[in-house]
Ligand binder design. Structure first.
Ligand SMILES: Cc1cc2nc3c(=O)[nH]c(=O)nc-3n(C[C@H](O)[C@H](O)[C@H](O)COP(=O)(O)OP(=O)(O)OC[C@H]3O[C@@H](n4cnc5c(N)ncnc54)[C@H](O)[C@@H]3O)c2cc1C
Length: 653
């Protein structure tokens, strides 16, 4: 009998780094497809992850431009996320191997890798499958693979990833343009949320996948792929450590624990989910979710969700089992508060937040490249002097940006969050909202620099959730309140969410000898004569804060009270939205963008619109200025330390 010619199915994995509840693994393991071999492949995309650390040929350079952001020239994928990603890939590899399969790991551009695999006689590729994504670059990647497959006569299938809360097939409209610009309207269309998700796919069994190919083409030159985890991580992180990421980066703090001490990968995502239920954290989530310090105040599932290590509906399904007290519950869940008692405020709120994630991604589908444009989804013209412009011709603005990034602005809550982010790759939703508001509305720095910085630093970076939330808080996105509708007063937010200043002191150790929360939130309020005694004299954040907010405690409604609107609102942007803040704090006037020139050898941008790309791998920090002192920042409040009085009063209410 003639032996069938081998035919390999290549699965190009993206942000679907899991075995369970994965439509492609499920289909390959259960449905007739005719392939004799199956090759799951993960590519570290040279556009989004710096891959020069994989160059192994003596004297050879990396053929790709550095993977830096277009405006700020930050590494697109910073060291923390690189680690979480490497862990997730390695965990997937381990899982696939234990199922009798494997994972081929490569670096390069996805289309090129597809071409090399298809060209290989060893494999005889008969089909390529991948999941679809919404981002501009990700769509371009899909088009590249499509072109290659067409040229090579190989069938390509693009699948829905099914990692979201509500399956694409159940989204209640057919055209992206029909998505409401108001989240609540969308939510009402899909409620009740507890009934909305589809069931998870059945778990795949050992040896149910077609065999892994015996021989696979090697990684193309000048790169080589390490064969162990340490080698992989080392190659990813080596280029990032060659030069400082920012000027005066925050120093490690030995006695402050990370709020995100987690390891990447499906295995750890499932462990975390189980812990959240058995510890009662899901049940108490609604009351704790605005926390700042600690591990369990919120789910911390975001980084795994972003990489597809876990799906929204897996979270939902576990909650259903817990709420219903079904037989498949782990023993440890049975003693948790709420077990078997139906949906509770906490589990309901988790579903609500997971829907926000869905919504942000649907916005990307609707608005495409507008996600990255300075005018945002709204598309309204922005006055040319709306933002200060760090860059070679504006030393003062450059310094403002540097101090914002390294957490020495003098605004305690903001500095704590920025340092936490830099040191751990995570900061809470509450802190993110404050940081985004402070940057875009008080420092008046182009919000896209903040989004780029978060993209670099966050372990949970997700293109839609990050850029969509930045737009939302900056007032150019889908916030029905408009640009000035939500301005967070970081001092009042400190009193509301960190009343003793514990969070600030945890990440800004210089302030640990301070007792009075007002002083912890703004150290410039410590009288000059006492600064020496508490060890803060001479610090820029004390002597020359970037922003001063007058704030009085004790006056009715001023402090320690949660804004009323939070009872009904959500995480992406609620705050003291009642007030309007008219004062401009630190304008330095519209000169040029950050980095003139154009990026050589690029891949095509994400459509930043009118922004100027950086030149030759250098961003704002190549043009550092030395300007210092209150006057250098210009602007009335920076000089006087006061916001316009009535504007400030409105802000506090
Ligand atoms: C400026 C800014 C940037 C952000 N960037 C990202 C990002 O890159 N990646 C990311 O996953 N989230 C982002 N968020 C949303 C949110 O801050 C994080 O999802 C959340 O802090 C992650 O922690 P958690 O998993 O404990 O969240 P939880 O409070 O436990 O929420 C559960 C899940 O719901 C989803 N979720 C919660 N809030 C939001 C939200 N506002 N928008 C979208 N999804 C949400 C997340 O998947 C999260 O894991 C951003 C928010 C802001 C204000």
């Amino acid at each position: 009998m003639a032996v069938a010619k081998p035919s390999t199915l290549v699965y190009l994995m993206r942000r679907d780094l899991r075995v369970a509840d994965n439509p492609i693994f499920h289909a390959v393991s259960t449905k007739a497809h005719g392939f004799t071999h199956f090759l799951p492949v993960y590519v570290f995309s040279a556009q989004q992850v710096e891959v020069s650390g994989f160059v192994s040929e003596e004297g050879k350079n990396c053929p790709y431009p550095e993977a830096r952001s277009p405006i700020g020239a930050f590494w697109r994928c910073g060291p923390r996320r690189a680690e979480f990603l490497a862990e997730s890939v390695w965990d997937l590899k381990d899982s696939l191997e234990s199922l009798g399969s494997g994972l081929c790991v490569r670096v390069g551009m996805v289309g090129e890798i597809a071409r090399q695999l298809i060209a290989s006689d060893q494999l005889n590729v008969g089909g390529v499958w991948m999941t679809g994504e919404e981002g501009v670059e990700e769509k371009r990647e899909e088009r590249d693979v499509k072109r290659v497959c067409k040229e090579e006569g190989v069938d390509l299938q693009i699948w829905g990833d099914e990692k979201y809360f509500i399956d694409d097939r159940d989204v209640p409209f057919s055209k992206p343009s029909e998505l409401s610009d108001i989240f609540t309207t969308y939510r009402k269309m899909v409620e009740p949320l507890r009934d909305a998700p589809r069931p998870c796919l059945p778990t795949i069994q050992k040896d149910s996948l077609p065999p892994f190919p015996v021989s696979i083409p090697i990684q193309h030159a000048p790169f080589s792929m390490p064969d162990d985890y340490d080698g992989l991580l080392g190659a990813l992180q080596a280029p990032l450590s060659k030069q400082p990421i920012i000027k005066n980066p925050p120093q490690q703090i030995s006695d402050t624990e990370s709020a995100h001490p987690f390891q990447g990968g499906e295995t750890y995502a499932q462990e975390r989910l189980s812990h959240l239920i058995s510890s009662g954290s899901m049940t108490t989530y609604k009351d704790t979710r605005n926390g700042l310090l600690g591990i369990d105040f919120s789910t911390k599932l975001s980084a795994w969700l972003a990489l597809g290590c876990i799906t929204g509906r897996q979270v939902h399904a576990a909650l259903i089992s817990f709420e219903d007290g079904t037989d498949d519950c782990a023993d440890s869940w049975k003693a948790a508060p709420g077990y078997g008692k139906g949906e509770n405020d906490g589990t309901k709120a988790v579903r609500f937040e997971l829907l926000w994630r869905d919504y942000m991604r649907l916005c990307t589908r609707k608005f495409g490249p507008k996600l990255f444009r300075v005018q945002g989804f709204k598309g309204q013209a922005i006055p040319h002097d709306r933002w200060i412009n760090p860059g070679p011709s504006n030393a003062a603005a450059t310094e403002i940006l540097e101090r914002f990034l390294n957490g020495t602005t003098g605004m305690g809550l903001i500095d704590a969050s920025q340092r936490e982010l830099y040191l751990t790759g995570y900061t809470s939703n509450r802190a993110r909202q404050n940081v985004a508001s402070f940057m875009s509305k008080m420092l008046n720095i182009d919000w896209r620099l903040g989004a780029e910085w978060y993209e670099s630093m966050l372990v949970d970076y997700d293109v839609s959730s990050n850029w969509g939330n930045w737009q939302y808080v900056a007032g150019v996105g889908n916030d029905p309140r408009g640009e000035n509708g939500r301005i967070f007063n970081p001092v009042k937010q400190g009193f509301d969410y960190d009343p003793q200043g514990e969070y600030v002191k945890a990440w800004v150790p210089e302030l640990r000898d301070l007792k009075n929360p007002s002083e912890i939130f703004q150290a410039w309020t410590v009288p000059v004569g006492q600064r020496e005694q508490v060890g803060i004299a001479g610090l820029a954040m004390v002597e020359a804060p970037l922003k001063k907010i007058e704030f009085t405690i004790g006056r009715k409604n001023n402090a320690g009270r949660r804004p009323d609107n939070e009872k009904h609102n959500r995480g992406g942007g609620q705050g003291q939205g009642q007030g309007r803040f008219r004062g401009n704090s630190v304008r330095t006037g519209g000169e040029k963008g950050m980095g003139p020139g154009s990026r050589p050898g690029g891949y095509g941008g994400r459509g930043y619109g009118s922004s100027k790309p950086y030149s030759g791998g250098r961003g704002y920090f190549s043009y550092r200025g030395r300007g210092r002192g209150g006057d250098a920042f210009g602007g009335r409040e920076a000089r006087t330390g006061m916001m316009e009085k009535d504007a400030a009063a409105a802000l506090w209410r």
